[in-house]
Design a protein around this ligand. Structure first.
Ligand SMILES: Cc1cc2nc3c(=O)[nH]c(=O)nc-3n(C[C@H](O)[C@H](O)[C@H](O)COP(=O)(O)OP(=O)(O)OC[C@H]3O[C@@H](n4cnc5c(N)ncnc54)[C@H](O)[C@@H]3O)c2cc1C
Length: 365
């Protein structure tokens, strides 16, 4: 198999699948995935929420621009979010309000009474909160399948069990070795390899940007009482935990960010224990069982913003990486913008407010 494509996208997680779908009407695209099935790594392990402040003010435009597409395609269920704090966290709560004041998100301060009403059983010490009512659960598998189906309908060829092993410049494009999945040629090589993004860049002769995978752990708990179905996503204002209900169970994370080489990440007992200990300082529910636990890698560029655009040093090498902890909620706008930048297409209603320079790899030169 040594066919020629306009574009080869490496990685079929949310990033690669969504970008391939957006490229499909304009180009002959190959979508390459090392695993047996797409979505095995970060995409299949997310906590499945879209929270407008998550990722910071420079990620907000991508999240807001993605909202209408996610809603139109039925991917969102209302949840609401509360960032909570104790008296000693009041300065952090104020700083949070200020940081997002002109970002376009709608947030408001809440006091003890509202907290008690929204989170039954919360300890007295937790008296301050910021409410972000637009927060929603995202149907992550549904969104990923939606993009894979759109890509397939547009003629994209998906090759699984195909790990990019070598990439060499060949005339105007690339000669790609995909291990036992054969070879391919492509005009443009797209790096949507998630935790492996720096590794893929070096394979193609580009400078690594310092994209660091950080492990994040989630545990599914059986609690007494059961979390109410309308419990909001609850996040510690100081970033020590978050939790949300999921079909009568509780998903709890210690909000860990442990640097980790790219791998099939697994949860550490200590991180689960830490999460439970922190949770027990928040709320008086009994934890009856840890039913399930998992970990995944969230990959961050040094400034924690995503990287979309052509490499400044290597021709026809396009970055679509560094999706951090917001790669699901930003997927629609990120993919649309990525396709427009790659194909030099005009902006549209979804992307007109986005500043592509914020996310360009050239910012690291
Ligand atoms: C625990 C956890 C909770 C999260 N919660 C949320 C959330 O609530 N909301 C949100 O928006 N985001 C969340 N995220 C972040 C989100 O999951 C990621 O930003 C997103 O999935 C990244 O997608 P991706 O396609 O870049 O990476 P991945 O899904 O990891 O896909 C990259 C793919 O590239 C493939 N690949 C790598 N190297 C090669 C190669 N050489 N050849 C071929 N293929 C290769 C890999 O096999 C992999 O499938 C969370 C992440 C974690 C881990």
């Amino acid at each position: 198999m040594n066919e020629t494509y306009d574009i080869a996208v490496i990685g079929a997680g949310m990033a690669g699948a969504s970008l391939a779908a957006e490229l499909a009407p304009h180009a002959k695209v190959l979508l390459v995935e090392a695993e047996e099935r797409p979505g095995y790594h970060a995409t299949g392990r997310s906590a499945a929420f879209g929270e407008e402040c998550y990722g910071g003010p420079d990620v907000v435009p991508l999240t807001l621009a993605s909202g209408p597409y996610l809603r139109e395609h039925g991917m969102l269920s209302p949840r609401g979010a509360l960032y909570i704090g104790r008296d000693e966290d009041e300065a952090a709560i104020e700083a949070f309000m200020e940081r997002f004041a002109s970002s376009g998100v709608s947030i408001e301060r809440l006091g003890r009474e509202s907290l008690q009403r929204r989170i039954p059983g919360i300890h007295q010490a937790w008296r301050h909160a910021v409410s972000e009512p637009a927060c929603a659960d995202i149907d992550v598998a549904g969104l990923h399948q939606h993009y894979l189906a759109r890509a397939r309908a547009g003629g994209v060829e998906l090759r699984c069990r195909a790990a990019l092993a070598a990439a060499e410049r060949d005339g105007d494009g690339w000669r790609l070795s995909l291990g036992s999945a054969g070879e391919a040629r492509a005009g443009v090589l797209v790096n949507a390899a998630g935790a492996w993004a720096d590794w893929v860049a070096e394979l193609a002769g580009a400078r690594a940007l310092g994209i660091q995978p950080l492990r994040r752990t989630v545990a599914q708990l059986r609690t007494a009482p059961q979390p109410p179905a309308d419990l909001p996503l609850v996040l510690d204002i100081s970033g020590a935990f978050y939790f949300k209900p999921e079909h009568g169970k509780l998903w709890l994370s210690p909000h860990d960010e442990t640097p980790c080489p790219p791998c099939d990440a697994a949860p550490e007992e200590l991180d689960v224990a830490l999460a439970i200990d922190r949770f027990e300082h928040v709320i008086d529910w009994r934890i009856e069982a840890v039913e399930h636990k998992w970990a995944g890698l969230r990959s961050f560029a040094p400034d924690r913003l995503p990287v979309y655009g052509f490499d400044p040093g290597v021709p026809d090498f396009f970055w679509f990486a560094g999706q951090g902890g917001f790669g699901i909620q930003t997927a629609p706008a990120a993919a649309r913008l990525g396709a427009q930048v790659l194909l030099r297409l005009p902006r549209d209603a979804m992307t007109e407010a986005l500043d592509e320079a914020l996310y360009a790899p050239g910012r690291f030169v």
